[in-house]
Ligand binder design. Structure first.
Ligand SMILES: [Zn+2]
Length: 195
């Protein structure tokens, strides 16, 4: 499954370092797009236990996903088989913890440089099945509308572009991850970031 993240804005003269993702002309930066941010957070939850990567277009790693006429379903695309944002978010109750118990802590890990982002408590109907990650206390805003938390995810995906990432629900809060004790706070991590 794929999700277009927006236009990649470079941080330097090479593509090694990425600053952030933005929409097309007249569109907000991707981190300020509420619907796309919600889609991104739901995508992480539903792919807990999987590997993900933010990939540039026209790279061998992305093209390798397309074999013959086949390819991954795209969220937000307009081809047959693609999934609209509206449909992908249908029935999702981000941050609504009523009747749910935390089943662990979400962490997004870079398998190449060890960078870690805390995603909050993982809530779901059962072990291994995550409905959403939630940083705020129960009753607080969902991650996609919690600005420093949401922007931290977008910054992490820009900083680790082309890196292999793992989405996991783990038993305890990770140490030294962004957003946890020992790591920068979400506010500090996005302070001064243009995305
Ligand atoms: Zn990385």
């Amino acid at each position: 499954m794929t999700l277009p993240l927006g236009i990649a804005v470079r941080a330097s003269s090479t593509w090694e370092k990425l600053s952030h993702y933005r929409g097309g002309a007249g569109m907000p930066r991707s981190s300020q797009d509420r619907e796309e941010s919600a889609v991104l957070w739901r995508l992480l939850a539903t792919h807990s236990g999987h590997r993900i990567a933010a990939l540039y277009e026209d790279t061998s790693r992305l093209n390798a996903l397309y074999v013959g006429d086949g390819g991954p379903d795209m969220i937000g695309g307009d081809a047959d088989g693609d999934i609209t944002f509206e449909r992908f978010l249908d029935g999702w109750r981000e941050g609504d913890v009523a009747g749910l118990s935390p089943i662990g802590h979400g962490v997004l890990r870079c398998l190449e440089d060890g960078g870690q982002l805390w995603l909050g408590a993982a809530y779901g109907p059962g072990p291994g099945e995550v409905s959403f990650f939630h940083v705020a206390a129960p009753g607080g805003p969902g991650n996609s509308t919690d600005d420093p938390v949401n922007r931290s995810l977008w910054r992490f995906l820009a900083e680790h572009v082309m890196h292999e990432l793992s989405v996991d629900a783990v038993p305890a809060t990770p140490t030294a991850a962004i957003g946890t004790d020992g790591g920068p706070s979400f506010d500090d991590y996005v302070c001064g970031w243009p995305g």
